[in-house]
Design a protein around this ligand. Structure first.
Ligand code: MLC
Ligand code: AMP
Length: 504
Protein backbone atom coordinates (compact mmCIF):
# COMPACT_ATOMS: atom_id res chain seq x y z
CA UNK A 1 0.00 0.00 0.00
CA UNK A 2 1.22 3.47 -0.82
CA UNK A 3 0.22 4.90 2.54
CA UNK A 4 -0.98 2.10 4.83
CA UNK A 5 -2.57 4.25 7.52
CA UNK A 6 -4.41 6.61 5.22
CA UNK A 7 -5.44 3.95 2.73
CA UNK A 8 -6.79 1.57 5.38
CA UNK A 9 -8.57 4.06 7.60
CA UNK A 10 -9.64 6.77 5.20
CA UNK A 11 -8.82 5.93 1.59
CA UNK A 12 -11.30 3.05 1.44
CA UNK A 13 -14.11 5.55 2.14
CA UNK A 14 -13.36 8.27 -0.45
CA UNK A 15 -16.62 7.59 -2.27
CA UNK A 16 -18.57 6.27 0.69
CA UNK A 17 -21.86 8.13 1.10
CA UNK A 18 -22.62 6.48 4.43
CA UNK A 19 -22.70 8.66 7.52
CA UNK A 20 -19.42 8.89 9.39
CA UNK A 21 -20.29 11.48 12.07
CA UNK A 22 -23.64 12.19 13.72
CA UNK A 23 -23.51 15.58 15.42
CA UNK A 24 -25.46 16.66 18.51
CA UNK A 25 -27.51 19.21 16.52
CA UNK A 26 -28.99 16.34 14.49
CA UNK A 27 -26.89 16.92 11.38
CA UNK A 28 -24.59 14.31 9.90
CA UNK A 29 -21.40 14.19 7.84
CA UNK A 30 -20.78 11.44 5.32
CA UNK A 31 -17.44 9.76 4.85
CA UNK A 32 -17.12 11.29 1.39
CA UNK A 33 -17.78 14.83 2.65
CA UNK A 34 -15.42 14.39 5.59
CA UNK A 35 -12.65 13.22 3.29
CA UNK A 36 -13.16 16.11 0.89
CA UNK A 37 -12.56 18.49 3.79
CA UNK A 38 -9.52 16.46 4.84
CA UNK A 39 -8.19 16.64 1.26
CA UNK A 40 -8.53 20.44 1.33
CA UNK A 41 -6.60 20.55 4.60
CA UNK A 42 -3.92 18.22 3.22
CA UNK A 43 -3.59 20.48 0.18
CA UNK A 44 -3.27 23.53 2.39
CA UNK A 45 -0.66 21.93 4.64
CA UNK A 46 1.39 21.11 1.56
CA UNK A 47 0.95 24.62 0.16
CA UNK A 48 2.11 26.01 3.49
CA UNK A 49 5.34 24.13 2.99
CA UNK A 50 4.85 21.22 5.39
CA UNK A 51 6.67 18.16 4.16
CA UNK A 52 6.26 14.52 5.05
CA UNK A 53 7.69 13.97 8.53
CA UNK A 54 7.12 17.60 9.64
CA UNK A 55 5.10 18.05 12.84
CA UNK A 56 1.78 19.84 13.14
CA UNK A 57 0.85 20.75 16.74
CA UNK A 58 -2.86 21.24 17.38
CA UNK A 59 -4.56 22.57 20.48
CA UNK A 60 -8.13 22.82 19.25
CA UNK A 61 -11.59 21.92 20.49
CA UNK A 62 -13.06 18.60 19.46
CA UNK A 63 -14.99 18.99 16.21
CA UNK A 64 -15.38 17.19 12.87
CA UNK A 65 -12.86 19.66 11.46
CA UNK A 66 -10.36 18.78 14.18
CA UNK A 67 -10.66 15.11 13.26
CA UNK A 68 -10.26 16.04 9.58
CA UNK A 69 -6.89 17.60 10.47
CA UNK A 70 -5.80 14.16 11.70
CA UNK A 71 -6.95 12.61 8.41
CA UNK A 72 -5.18 15.38 6.46
CA UNK A 73 -1.93 14.70 8.29
CA UNK A 74 -2.17 11.01 7.43
CA UNK A 75 -2.82 11.86 3.78
CA UNK A 76 -0.01 14.41 3.54
CA UNK A 77 2.46 12.36 5.61
CA UNK A 78 2.63 15.05 8.28
CA UNK A 79 3.11 13.97 11.91
CA UNK A 80 0.00 14.78 13.95
CA UNK A 81 0.70 16.20 17.42
CA UNK A 82 -2.52 16.77 19.39
CA UNK A 83 -2.41 18.67 22.69
CA UNK A 84 -4.80 18.74 25.62
CA UNK A 85 -6.96 21.86 25.31
CA UNK A 86 -6.46 22.48 29.04
CA UNK A 87 -2.71 23.06 28.68
CA UNK A 88 -1.47 26.57 29.46
CA UNK A 89 0.74 28.46 26.97
CA UNK A 90 3.72 27.62 29.24
CA UNK A 91 3.00 23.93 28.80
CA UNK A 92 2.36 24.20 25.06
CA UNK A 93 5.54 26.16 24.58
CA UNK A 94 7.60 23.13 25.62
CA UNK A 95 5.80 20.78 23.21
CA UNK A 96 6.11 23.13 20.25
CA UNK A 97 9.75 23.80 20.91
CA UNK A 98 10.68 20.20 21.68
CA UNK A 99 8.89 18.77 18.65
CA UNK A 100 10.11 21.45 16.26
CA UNK A 101 6.54 21.82 14.98
CA UNK A 102 6.32 23.78 11.73
CA UNK A 103 2.70 24.79 12.23
CA UNK A 104 0.55 25.35 15.33
CA UNK A 105 -3.23 25.26 15.13
CA UNK A 106 -5.24 26.72 17.99
CA UNK A 107 -8.58 28.43 18.48
CA UNK A 108 -9.01 32.19 18.31
CA UNK A 109 -9.24 32.49 22.09
CA UNK A 110 -5.85 30.84 22.50
CA UNK A 111 -4.14 32.67 19.64
CA UNK A 112 -2.89 35.65 21.65
CA UNK A 113 -1.29 33.40 24.25
CA UNK A 114 0.28 31.08 21.67
CA UNK A 115 1.43 33.63 19.08
CA UNK A 116 4.66 34.42 21.01
CA UNK A 117 5.21 30.69 21.61
CA UNK A 118 4.93 29.89 17.90
CA UNK A 119 7.08 32.87 16.95
CA UNK A 120 9.84 31.94 19.39
CA UNK A 121 9.91 28.44 17.88
CA UNK A 122 9.83 29.60 14.27
CA UNK A 123 6.42 27.99 13.69
CA UNK A 124 3.45 29.44 11.84
CA UNK A 125 0.21 29.92 13.80
CA UNK A 126 -3.24 29.47 12.30
CA UNK A 127 -6.64 29.21 13.93
CA UNK A 128 -9.38 26.58 13.86
CA UNK A 129 -12.32 27.18 16.20
CA UNK A 130 -14.82 24.73 17.67
CA UNK A 131 -17.43 25.78 15.07
CA UNK A 132 -15.04 25.07 12.21
CA UNK A 133 -14.27 28.73 11.47
CA UNK A 134 -10.76 30.19 11.57
CA UNK A 135 -7.86 31.28 9.41
CA UNK A 136 -6.91 27.69 8.60
CA UNK A 137 -10.35 26.66 7.36
CA UNK A 138 -10.83 29.98 5.54
CA UNK A 139 -7.75 29.28 3.45
CA UNK A 140 -8.64 25.61 2.99
CA UNK A 141 -11.93 26.49 1.30
CA UNK A 142 -10.03 27.52 -1.82
CA UNK A 143 -8.22 24.18 -2.07
CA UNK A 144 -9.29 21.25 -4.27
CA UNK A 145 -11.44 18.59 -2.64
CA UNK A 146 -9.13 15.82 -3.69
CA UNK A 147 -5.47 15.35 -2.84
CA UNK A 148 -2.88 12.92 -4.09
CA UNK A 149 -2.05 10.82 -1.06
CA UNK A 150 1.61 11.03 -0.10
CA UNK A 151 3.41 7.71 -0.15
CA UNK A 152 4.49 6.56 3.30
CA UNK A 153 5.94 3.42 4.75
CA UNK A 154 4.33 1.57 7.65
CA UNK A 155 7.42 2.37 9.70
CA UNK A 156 7.12 6.12 9.09
CA UNK A 157 5.93 8.35 11.90
CA UNK A 158 2.22 9.14 12.05
CA UNK A 159 1.85 10.91 15.39
CA UNK A 160 3.65 12.29 18.41
CA UNK A 161 1.82 12.07 21.71
CA UNK A 162 3.53 13.74 24.63
CA UNK A 163 3.59 11.90 27.89
CA UNK A 164 5.08 13.25 31.08
CA UNK A 165 7.86 11.57 32.92
CA UNK A 166 8.90 10.97 36.47
CA UNK A 167 11.52 13.68 36.00
CA UNK A 168 8.75 16.15 35.20
CA UNK A 169 9.81 16.61 31.56
CA UNK A 170 7.44 15.46 28.88
CA UNK A 171 8.59 13.05 26.22
CA UNK A 172 7.25 12.85 22.68
CA UNK A 173 6.21 9.24 22.05
CA UNK A 174 6.82 8.55 18.34
CA UNK A 175 4.05 6.39 16.91
CA UNK A 176 4.38 4.87 13.49
CA UNK A 177 1.68 4.15 10.95
CA UNK A 178 1.99 0.43 11.74
CA UNK A 179 1.74 0.99 15.50
CA UNK A 180 -1.66 2.61 14.99
CA UNK A 181 -2.92 0.42 12.20
CA UNK A 182 -1.95 -2.94 13.70
CA UNK A 183 -3.70 -2.04 16.95
CA UNK A 184 -6.86 -0.87 15.20
CA UNK A 185 -6.97 -4.10 13.18
CA UNK A 186 -6.61 -6.28 16.25
CA UNK A 187 -9.18 -4.34 18.30
CA UNK A 188 -11.72 -4.21 15.50
CA UNK A 189 -11.62 -7.99 15.31
CA UNK A 190 -11.51 -8.55 19.07
CA UNK A 191 -14.43 -6.25 19.78
CA UNK A 192 -16.36 -7.24 16.63
CA UNK A 193 -16.73 -3.79 15.12
CA UNK A 194 -18.62 -3.60 11.82
CA UNK A 195 -20.06 -0.95 9.53
CA UNK A 196 -23.33 -1.33 11.48
CA UNK A 197 -21.79 0.07 14.66
CA UNK A 198 -22.62 3.49 16.00
CA UNK A 199 -20.06 4.50 18.62
CA UNK A 200 -21.04 7.09 21.20
CA UNK A 201 -17.88 9.23 21.23
CA UNK A 202 -17.64 11.55 24.25
CA UNK A 203 -13.87 11.29 24.84
CA UNK A 204 -11.38 13.99 23.96
CA UNK A 205 -9.48 13.43 20.70
CA UNK A 206 -6.05 14.49 21.92
CA UNK A 207 -5.26 11.16 23.61
CA UNK A 208 -4.85 7.56 22.52
CA UNK A 209 -8.25 6.47 23.82
CA UNK A 210 -10.51 8.90 21.95
CA UNK A 211 -8.26 9.47 18.94
CA UNK A 212 -6.80 6.10 18.09
CA UNK A 213 -8.82 3.45 19.87
CA UNK A 214 -12.28 4.90 19.26
CA UNK A 215 -11.82 6.71 15.95
CA UNK A 216 -9.42 4.35 14.19
CA UNK A 217 -11.52 1.27 14.91
CA UNK A 218 -14.67 2.99 13.66
CA UNK A 219 -12.89 4.15 10.51
CA UNK A 220 -11.43 0.75 9.80
CA UNK A 221 -14.83 -0.90 10.22
CA UNK A 222 -16.67 1.81 8.28
CA UNK A 223 -19.07 2.46 11.17
CA UNK A 224 -20.26 5.81 12.45
CA UNK A 225 -19.80 7.89 15.58
CA UNK A 226 -22.11 10.12 17.56
CA UNK A 227 -19.49 12.78 17.96
CA UNK A 228 -20.11 14.75 21.16
CA UNK A 229 -17.86 17.67 22.19
CA UNK A 230 -17.20 16.04 25.57
CA UNK A 231 -18.81 14.01 28.32
CA UNK A 232 -21.91 15.84 29.49
CA UNK A 233 -24.23 13.49 31.34
CA UNK A 234 -27.55 14.75 29.89
CA UNK A 235 -26.22 14.69 26.35
CA UNK A 236 -24.79 11.19 26.73
CA UNK A 237 -28.04 9.86 28.18
CA UNK A 238 -29.99 11.51 25.34
CA UNK A 239 -27.82 9.87 22.69
CA UNK A 240 -27.29 6.41 24.17
CA UNK A 241 -30.48 5.04 22.55
CA UNK A 242 -29.03 5.70 19.09
CA UNK A 243 -25.68 4.04 19.81
CA UNK A 244 -24.51 0.43 19.72
CA UNK A 245 -21.19 0.88 21.54
CA UNK A 246 -19.46 3.32 23.87
CA UNK A 247 -15.92 3.77 25.11
CA UNK A 248 -15.04 5.66 28.25
CA UNK A 249 -12.80 6.20 31.24
CA UNK A 250 -14.14 4.89 34.58
CA UNK A 251 -15.46 8.37 35.52
CA UNK A 252 -17.95 8.08 32.61
CA UNK A 253 -19.36 4.90 34.13
CA UNK A 254 -19.51 6.12 37.73
CA UNK A 255 -21.28 9.28 36.54
CA UNK A 256 -23.78 7.24 34.51
CA UNK A 257 -24.43 4.93 37.45
CA UNK A 258 -25.07 7.96 39.63
CA UNK A 259 -28.03 8.92 37.43
CA UNK A 260 -31.41 7.13 37.79
CA UNK A 261 -32.12 7.64 34.06
CA UNK A 262 -29.33 5.19 33.30
CA UNK A 263 -31.37 1.99 33.19
CA UNK A 264 -31.42 -1.41 31.58
CA UNK A 265 -34.06 -0.16 29.12
CA UNK A 266 -31.95 2.84 28.09
CA UNK A 267 -29.08 0.57 26.97
CA UNK A 268 -31.03 -2.52 25.96
CA UNK A 269 -29.89 -2.30 22.33
CA UNK A 270 -26.20 -1.55 23.16
CA UNK A 271 -23.81 -4.38 22.41
CA UNK A 272 -20.59 -3.12 24.04
CA UNK A 273 -19.26 -0.77 26.72
CA UNK A 274 -15.46 -0.49 26.92
CA UNK A 275 -13.51 1.04 29.81
CA UNK A 276 -9.85 1.96 30.06
CA UNK A 277 -7.15 4.56 30.76
CA UNK A 278 -7.52 4.14 34.52
CA UNK A 279 -8.52 1.33 36.86
CA UNK A 280 -12.20 0.46 36.85
CA UNK A 281 -13.16 -0.45 40.40
CA UNK A 282 -14.50 -4.00 40.64
CA UNK A 283 -17.40 -2.41 42.51
CA UNK A 284 -18.28 -0.26 39.47
CA UNK A 285 -18.13 -3.33 37.25
CA UNK A 286 -20.52 -5.19 39.54
CA UNK A 287 -22.92 -2.26 39.94
CA UNK A 288 -22.97 -1.78 36.18
CA UNK A 289 -23.95 -5.38 35.62
CA UNK A 290 -26.66 -5.18 38.26
CA UNK A 291 -28.12 -2.06 36.67
CA UNK A 292 -27.86 -2.97 33.00
CA UNK A 293 -27.42 -6.73 32.80
CA UNK A 294 -24.25 -6.08 30.77
CA UNK A 295 -20.60 -6.39 31.71
CA UNK A 296 -18.19 -3.60 30.91
CA UNK A 297 -15.23 -4.79 28.86
CA UNK A 298 -12.06 -3.47 30.47
CA UNK A 299 -8.83 -3.16 28.54
CA UNK A 300 -5.37 -1.78 29.28
CA UNK A 301 -3.18 0.49 27.23
CA UNK A 302 -0.73 3.34 27.19
CA UNK A 303 0.31 6.22 25.00
CA UNK A 304 3.56 4.44 24.12
CA UNK A 305 2.02 1.07 23.35
CA UNK A 306 -1.56 1.63 22.25
CA UNK A 307 -3.69 -1.21 23.64
CA UNK A 308 -1.97 -4.21 25.23
CA UNK A 309 -4.64 -6.37 26.80
CA UNK A 310 -8.38 -6.79 26.70
CA UNK A 311 -11.03 -8.78 28.46
CA UNK A 312 -12.72 -11.18 26.04
CA UNK A 313 -15.70 -10.22 23.91
CA UNK A 314 -17.04 -13.75 24.29
CA UNK A 315 -16.17 -15.37 27.56
CA UNK A 316 -15.86 -14.01 31.06
CA UNK A 317 -15.11 -10.31 31.48
CA UNK A 318 -13.50 -10.53 34.87
CA UNK A 319 -13.93 -7.57 37.24
CA UNK A 320 -10.69 -6.06 38.51
CA UNK A 321 -8.66 -7.48 35.62
CA UNK A 322 -7.62 -6.14 32.23
CA UNK A 323 -7.99 -9.47 30.48
CA UNK A 324 -5.51 -11.19 28.18
CA UNK A 325 -2.67 -9.91 26.00
CA UNK A 326 -4.02 -8.98 22.57
CA UNK A 327 -3.09 -11.21 19.63
CA UNK A 328 0.39 -10.21 18.47
CA UNK A 329 1.31 -8.57 21.79
CA UNK A 330 3.61 -10.39 24.19
CA UNK A 331 3.32 -9.56 27.87
CA UNK A 332 5.57 -10.68 30.71
CA UNK A 333 5.94 -9.91 34.39
CA UNK A 334 9.49 -9.18 35.41
CA UNK A 335 11.59 -8.36 38.43
CA UNK A 336 11.97 -4.57 38.42
CA UNK A 337 15.60 -4.77 39.52
CA UNK A 338 16.95 -7.62 37.39
CA UNK A 339 14.54 -7.63 34.46
CA UNK A 340 14.21 -11.42 34.84
CA UNK A 341 10.82 -12.96 34.09
CA UNK A 342 9.07 -13.92 37.33
CA UNK A 343 7.32 -17.22 37.99
CA UNK A 344 3.63 -17.31 37.07
CA UNK A 345 1.45 -15.60 39.67
CA UNK A 346 4.08 -13.29 41.13
CA UNK A 347 3.73 -9.53 41.15
CA UNK A 348 6.21 -7.57 39.06
CA UNK A 349 6.76 -5.04 36.32
CA UNK A 350 4.58 -5.41 33.23
CA UNK A 351 6.62 -5.47 30.02
CA UNK A 352 5.10 -5.63 26.55
CA UNK A 353 6.36 -6.21 23.01
CA UNK A 354 4.57 -6.16 19.68
CA UNK A 355 3.75 -4.14 16.57
CA UNK A 356 1.75 -1.79 18.81
CA UNK A 357 4.82 -0.61 20.72
CA UNK A 358 6.15 2.84 19.79
CA UNK A 359 9.47 3.68 18.16
CA UNK A 360 10.96 5.67 21.03
CA UNK A 361 10.93 9.15 22.52
CA UNK A 362 11.65 12.01 20.15
CA UNK A 363 15.27 13.09 20.47
CA UNK A 364 15.69 11.35 23.82
CA UNK A 365 17.79 8.25 23.14
CA UNK A 366 18.75 7.83 26.80
CA UNK A 367 15.14 7.95 28.00
CA UNK A 368 14.18 5.56 25.22
CA UNK A 369 16.91 3.12 26.24
CA UNK A 370 15.77 3.24 29.87
CA UNK A 371 12.27 2.09 29.01
CA UNK A 372 12.48 0.28 25.70
CA UNK A 373 14.78 -2.73 25.83
CA UNK A 374 17.01 -3.64 22.90
CA UNK A 375 14.92 -6.81 22.44
CA UNK A 376 11.77 -4.68 21.91
CA UNK A 377 10.12 -5.11 25.31
CA UNK A 378 8.75 -1.86 26.75
CA UNK A 379 8.88 -1.43 30.52
CA UNK A 380 5.46 -0.01 31.30
CA UNK A 381 5.98 1.14 34.88
CA UNK A 382 2.79 -0.71 35.82
CA UNK A 383 2.90 -3.51 38.34
CA UNK A 384 0.91 -6.59 37.50
CA UNK A 385 0.21 -10.22 38.09
CA UNK A 386 -1.19 -12.97 35.89
CA UNK A 387 -3.78 -15.22 37.52
CA UNK A 388 -3.98 -18.99 36.91
CA UNK A 389 -6.53 -18.43 34.12
CA UNK A 390 -4.24 -16.00 32.31
CA UNK A 391 -6.07 -12.79 33.19
CA UNK A 392 -3.73 -9.83 33.78
CA UNK A 393 -4.31 -7.84 36.97
CA UNK A 394 -2.81 -4.37 37.40
CA UNK A 395 -1.97 -4.12 41.06
CA UNK A 396 -0.08 -0.85 41.27
CA UNK A 397 2.45 1.44 39.64
CA UNK A 398 6.18 1.48 39.73
CA UNK A 399 6.07 5.08 38.54
CA UNK A 400 5.06 8.19 40.44
CA UNK A 401 1.89 8.95 38.53
CA UNK A 402 -1.62 10.12 39.39
CA UNK A 403 -4.52 9.33 37.04
CA UNK A 404 -7.41 11.74 37.55
CA UNK A 405 -10.49 11.17 35.42
CA UNK A 406 -8.27 9.42 32.87
CA UNK A 407 -5.73 12.25 32.66
CA UNK A 408 -2.18 11.51 33.73
CA UNK A 409 -0.52 13.86 36.17
CA UNK A 410 3.11 13.53 37.13
CA UNK A 411 3.71 14.72 40.71
CA UNK A 412 7.26 15.81 39.90
CA UNK A 413 6.03 18.56 37.60
CA UNK A 414 3.93 20.06 40.41
CA UNK A 415 6.58 19.53 43.10
CA UNK A 416 9.11 21.47 41.02
CA UNK A 417 6.71 24.44 40.97
CA UNK A 418 5.80 24.18 44.65
CA UNK A 419 9.45 24.02 45.68
CA UNK A 420 10.10 27.38 44.00
CA UNK A 421 7.39 29.11 46.02
CA UNK A 422 8.21 31.49 48.83
CA UNK A 423 8.14 29.89 52.26
CA UNK A 424 8.33 26.32 50.89
CA UNK A 425 11.23 24.17 52.00
CA UNK A 426 10.12 21.06 50.14
CA UNK A 427 6.98 19.37 48.89
CA UNK A 428 5.45 16.04 47.96
CA UNK A 429 2.51 15.63 45.62
CA UNK A 430 0.35 12.54 45.98
CA UNK A 431 -2.83 11.06 44.52
CA UNK A 432 -5.66 10.18 46.89
CA UNK A 433 -8.93 8.37 46.13
CA UNK A 434 -11.68 10.57 44.71
CA UNK A 435 -15.29 9.47 44.12
CA UNK A 436 -15.61 11.15 40.70
CA UNK A 437 -12.08 11.23 39.26
CA UNK A 438 -10.79 7.97 40.79
CA UNK A 439 -7.76 9.81 42.12
CA UNK A 440 -7.09 13.47 42.75
CA UNK A 441 -4.07 15.63 43.50
CA UNK A 442 -3.00 16.71 46.99
CA UNK A 443 0.12 18.79 47.66
CA UNK A 444 2.02 18.43 50.93
CA UNK A 445 4.22 21.37 51.85
CA UNK A 446 6.97 21.63 54.44
CA UNK A 447 7.46 25.28 55.40
CA UNK A 448 10.77 27.05 55.42
CA UNK A 449 11.43 28.50 58.89
CA UNK A 450 8.62 29.34 61.28
CA UNK A 451 6.27 31.35 59.08
CA UNK A 452 3.22 29.67 57.62
CA UNK A 453 3.31 29.63 53.81
CA UNK A 454 0.50 31.55 52.09
CA UNK A 455 -1.34 28.59 50.54
CA UNK A 456 -3.77 30.71 48.56
CA UNK A 457 -0.95 32.68 46.98
CA UNK A 458 0.94 29.48 46.20
CA UNK A 459 -2.12 28.02 44.46
CA UNK A 460 -2.55 31.19 42.40
CA UNK A 461 1.09 31.18 41.40
CA UNK A 462 1.37 27.56 40.33
CA UNK A 463 -2.02 27.67 38.58
CA UNK A 464 -0.57 30.08 36.00
CA UNK A 465 1.58 27.41 34.43
CA UNK A 466 -0.44 24.25 35.12
CA UNK A 467 -3.47 22.91 33.28
CA UNK A 468 -6.58 23.05 35.47
CA UNK A 469 -6.84 19.27 35.87
CA UNK A 470 -3.36 19.19 37.44
CA UNK A 471 -4.17 21.72 40.17
CA UNK A 472 -3.95 20.27 43.67
CA UNK A 473 -7.43 19.99 45.17
CA UNK A 474 -5.84 20.68 48.51
CA UNK A 475 -2.53 21.91 49.92
CA UNK A 476 -1.57 20.60 53.34
CA UNK A 477 1.26 21.82 55.58
CA UNK A 478 3.31 19.23 57.47
CA UNK A 479 6.36 19.90 59.64
CA UNK A 480 8.32 17.23 57.74
CA UNK A 481 7.94 14.51 55.12
CA UNK A 482 8.12 10.85 56.12
CA UNK A 483 11.36 9.32 54.81
CA UNK A 484 12.92 5.88 54.82
CA UNK A 485 16.42 5.17 56.06
CA UNK A 486 17.80 6.06 52.62
CA UNK A 487 16.18 9.49 52.90
CA UNK A 488 13.56 8.75 50.21
CA UNK A 489 10.15 10.35 50.74
CA UNK A 490 7.60 7.70 51.68
CA UNK A 491 4.68 8.65 49.49
CA UNK A 492 2.79 5.53 50.45
CA UNK A 493 2.73 6.67 54.07
CA UNK A 494 1.36 10.05 52.93
CA UNK A 495 -1.25 8.41 50.71
CA UNK A 496 -2.33 6.20 53.62
CA UNK A 497 -2.55 9.21 55.93
CA UNK A 498 -4.68 11.27 53.55
CA UNK A 499 -6.66 8.57 51.74
CA UNK A 500 -9.95 9.59 53.35
CA UNK A 501 -9.79 13.28 52.39
CA UNK A 502 -12.32 13.04 49.58
CA UNK A 503 -14.25 9.94 50.59
CA UNK A 504 -17.81 10.02 49.33
C1 MLC B 1 -11.84 18.20 34.11
N1 MLC B 1 -11.36 18.66 35.29
C2 MLC B 1 -10.61 17.73 35.85
C3 MLC B 1 -10.63 16.65 34.97
N2 MLC B 1 -11.39 16.96 33.90
N3 MLC B 1 -9.93 17.71 37.01
C4 MLC B 1 -9.26 16.60 37.30
N4 MLC B 1 -9.23 15.52 36.49
C5 MLC B 1 -9.89 15.52 35.32
N5 MLC B 1 -9.85 14.47 34.50
C6 MLC B 1 -11.60 19.94 35.94
C7 MLC B 1 -12.35 20.92 35.10
O1 MLC B 1 -11.40 21.76 34.48
C8 MLC B 1 -13.23 21.65 36.09
O2 MLC B 1 -12.50 22.66 36.68
C9 MLC B 1 -13.49 20.62 37.15
O3 MLC B 1 -12.44 19.66 37.03
C10 MLC B 1 -14.80 19.90 37.02
O4 MLC B 1 -15.15 19.81 35.67
P1 MLC B 1 -16.20 18.79 35.13
O5 MLC B 1 -17.16 19.56 34.30
O6 MLC B 1 -16.71 17.90 36.18
O7 MLC B 1 -15.24 17.94 34.22
P2 MLC B 1 -15.56 17.45 32.83
O8 MLC B 1 -15.36 18.51 31.84
O9 MLC B 1 -16.88 16.77 32.91
O10 MLC B 1 -14.39 16.39 32.59
C11 MLC B 1 -14.30 15.20 33.30
C12 MLC B 1 -14.03 14.07 32.31
C13 MLC B 1 -12.82 14.46 31.47
C14 MLC B 1 -13.81 12.81 33.09
C15 MLC B 1 -15.26 13.90 31.40
O11 MLC B 1 -11.72 14.68 32.32
C16 MLC B 1 -12.49 13.46 30.44
O12 MLC B 1 -13.07 13.43 29.35
N6 MLC B 1 -11.53 12.55 30.72
C17 MLC B 1 -11.08 11.57 29.75
C18 MLC B 1 -9.59 11.58 29.67
C19 MLC B 1 -9.07 10.64 28.59
O13 MLC B 1 -9.55 10.60 27.47
N7 MLC B 1 -8.04 9.88 28.89
C20 MLC B 1 -7.47 8.91 27.98
C21 MLC B 1 -5.96 9.01 28.03
S1 MLC B 1 -5.25 7.80 26.94
P3 MLC B 1 -13.22 23.88 37.43
O14 MLC B 1 -12.43 25.03 36.95
O15 MLC B 1 -14.63 23.90 37.02
O16 MLC B 1 -13.04 23.58 38.88
C22 MLC B 1 -4.64 6.62 27.98
C23 MLC B 1 -4.25 5.33 27.38
C24 MLC B 1 -5.37 4.37 27.54
O17 MLC B 1 -4.66 6.77 29.15
O18 MLC B 1 -5.18 3.26 28.05
O19 MLC B 1 -6.45 4.75 27.14
P1 AMP C 1 -1.07 7.23 29.37
O1 AMP C 1 0.37 7.45 29.63
O2 AMP C 1 -1.91 8.44 29.46
O3 AMP C 1 -1.23 6.53 28.12
O4 AMP C 1 -1.60 6.30 30.53
C1 AMP C 1 -1.25 4.96 30.57
C2 AMP C 1 -1.42 4.42 31.95
O5 AMP C 1 -2.81 4.36 32.28
C3 AMP C 1 -0.96 2.99 32.07
O6 AMP C 1 0.44 2.90 32.22
C4 AMP C 1 -1.72 2.52 33.28
O7 AMP C 1 -1.07 2.93 34.47
C5 AMP C 1 -3.03 3.29 33.14
N1 AMP C 1 -4.10 2.44 32.61
C6 AMP C 1 -4.60 2.36 31.36
N2 AMP C 1 -5.62 1.48 31.29
C7 AMP C 1 -5.77 0.98 32.54
C8 AMP C 1 -6.65 0.03 33.14
N3 AMP C 1 -7.60 -0.57 32.46
N4 AMP C 1 -6.50 -0.24 34.46
C9 AMP C 1 -5.54 0.36 35.19
N5 AMP C 1 -4.69 1.28 34.69
C10 AMP C 1 -4.80 1.59 33.38
Amino acid sequence: MANPLFDSLFGQHLNNDAVFLHLPDGSAITYAAFLQTAAQYAGLLTRMGLEPGDRLAVQIAKSPQALAVYAACAQAGVVFLPLNTAYTPDEVSYFVENSGARLVLCDQAGADGLAPVAKACGATLETLNADGSGSFTDQAKAMPTSFETVTRDGDDLAAFLYTSGTTGRSKGAMLTQNNLLSNAQVLMAQWRFTSQDVLLHALPIFHTHGLFVASNITLLAGGSMIFLPGFKLDQVIDHLPQATTMMGVPTFYTRLLGDPRFTRELVSHMRLFVSGSAPLLAETHVQFEKRTGMRILERYGMTETNMNTSNPYDGERRAGTVGFPLPGTELKITDSKTGETLPQGEIGEIEVRGPNVFKGYWQMPEKTAEELRADGFFITGDLGQIDPDGYVHIVGRNKDLIISGGYNIYPKEIELLLDQEEGVLESAVIGVPHPDFGETVVGIIVPQGDTDPNLEQIMTNIAKSLARFKHPQKLIVLPELPRNTMGKVQKKALRDQFQGLFSA
